[in-house]
Design a protein around this ligand. Structure first.
Ligand code: SF4
Ligand code: SF4
Length: 436
């Protein structure tokens, strides 16, 4: 695609990068076939190619973003299915990140929208605040239908029925390896996940220590910054990321780390991008060092050569989170590991399509999100599985709110199959006995 930026515009590193990305696009339109919003809305402006044109026009003309452009960029899930499909290697993620930051700086959103974004940015990344908000939402849930705004209704309806107590496993400490130590890894315990579901980190720690890892929960590490990054709030996302870079950097310098392991793939995609996010920052080198050893939990488990278990009777439908399959291009490891643990693994049709969770998308764009959820649940239920497994808490909450089939994190099943307890979410499953 031809672009027409001036030398002055290209002096800005973000614009120079977007120029390169735009020039790689040959407007072939292959990406439209796998874009969830185009599939649902059928509008070219809700496809990757349409959004690329809107972003090009906005950036080239130094335009104050208009409501139409913002609407179509806001509707993008950042699922990155378009990046998997694109034959020309267009880095849509960095382009839309730039567009979102540009919009955040220059566009004045309606008051309700601003208030909602302000509230989400101040609550979700902070586990204690989020836990209190969840308790409030749980109490207000019966009145959800009375809410005048669809987004407020969605928030109340998404509140889980059970809010777990704080897990002390998530406090800064080192969980020692059982037996001979093979690796020393830092576990990112996250932010929203700690308030929504403590079983995932507990299972991860049990599994990794059983496989010979010292598991460090680093003091000072917290939210990866992704939730606000996707709102275009660059200074807030960089502040959160810088805190992690310093916390994990201190651990690397003190006792060394073989990996930073992440069990929420949305966060993993962002931490792997820290090197790029900080490329013009004094923390650039440290950020690149952190990104270079960051792994999804499934990557680390493949390295650790998790032992094979006896076959089990349960059929597991594996839901591939977009951030894992498109953001990190990890497609086979979770399924390989589940098979190695003895489960029969099945996959839904259209497994490349997003479930509609996408960070805060299900709260900000509830209508589109609900349609994607219904489509995903239907495809998963068509496989008649005993269990649904996913590698991202956002997908688990989204899909879990639309089906009675129990949904767990992949690590909970791997932990169970290798000697851990039955995942609490499976307590009512009929054929839950090991190997039954
Ligand atoms: S598939 Fe790639 S090159 Fe083709 S229109 Fe989409 S982004 Fe552009
Ligand atoms: S990130 Fe997802 S929703 Fe956004 S343009 Fe790409 S495929 Fe479509």
């Amino acid at each position: 695609m031809q672009t027409h930026f001036t030398p002055e515009q290209l002096a800005d590193p973000d614009t120079a990068q977007s120029n390169q990305i735009l020039r790689a696009c040959v407007h072939c339109g292959f990406c439209t076939a796998t874009c969830p919003t185009y599939q649902i809305l059928g509008d070219e402006l809700d496809s990757p190619r349409g959004r690329i044109y809107l972003i090009k026009d906005m950036l080239e003309n130094n335009r104050v973003p208009d409501a139409k452009t913002v609407k179509h960029i806001d509707r993008c899930l950042s699922c990155l299915a378009c990046m998997t499909t694109c034959p020309s290697g267009v880095h849509y993620m960095h382009l839309v990140d730039h567009a979102r930051a540009y919009i955040n700086e220059r566009y004045k959103r309606p008051l309700g929208d601003r208030a909602l974004r302000w509230m989400l940015a101040r609550i979700l990344p902070y586990p204690t605040r989020f836990r209190l908000a969840l308790l409030g939402a749980k109490a207000a849930r019966p009145f959800a239908r009375l809410m005048p705004d669809a987004r407020l209704r969605a928030m109340l309806e998404m509140a889980p029925k059970r809010i777990p107590p704080v897990s002390r496993n998530d406090d800064p400490q080192t969980h020692p390896a059982r037996g001979t130590r093979r690796k020393r890894v830092a576990l990112m315990t996250g932010c929203a996940q700690k308030a929504l579901n403590t079983d995932i980190n507990d299972a991860t720690i049990r599994l990794l220590t059983r496989l010979g890892c010292d598991v460090v929960v680093a003091r000072g590490a917290g939210c990866c910054g992704a939730l606000v990054h996707h709102m275009g709030k660059t200074s807030e996302s960089h502040a959160a990321a810088a805190q992690n870079i310093r916390a994990w950097g201190a651990e690397m310098d003190a006792d060394g780390l073989d990996a930073i392991v992440i069990n929420t793939s949305g966060c993993g995609t962002t931490v792997k991008d820290y090197g790029h996010m900080f490329r013009e920052d004094p923390l650039a080198e440290q950020a690149a060092r952190i990104s270079s050893i960051t792994m999804d939990i499934s990557e680390l488990l493949m390295q650790l050569d998790m032992p094979e278990s006896a076959p089990r009777s349960q059929v597991v439908a594996y839901h591939a989170a977009c951030s894992l399959q498109h953001g990190q291009q990890i497609k086979t490891y979770p399924k390989d590991l589940l098979r190695r643990a003895g489960f029969t693994v099945t996959e839904p049709a259209e497994s490349h399509l997003c479930c509609g969770s996408a960070g805060t998308y299900n709260l900000m764009q509830p209508e589109i999100s609900q349609q994607l959820k219904a489509r995903k649940v239907k495809a998963l239920e068509a496989r008649a599985p005993d269990i649904i497994a996913a590698g991202n808490i956002g997908c688990m909450m989204q899909i879990g709110s639309g089906t009675h089939i129990p949904i767990v994190h992949t690590v909970e099943l791997l932990d169970w199959a290798t000697g851990g307890p039955l995942p609490p979410a499976l307590a009512d499953m009929p054929n839950r006995a090991a190997g039954a």
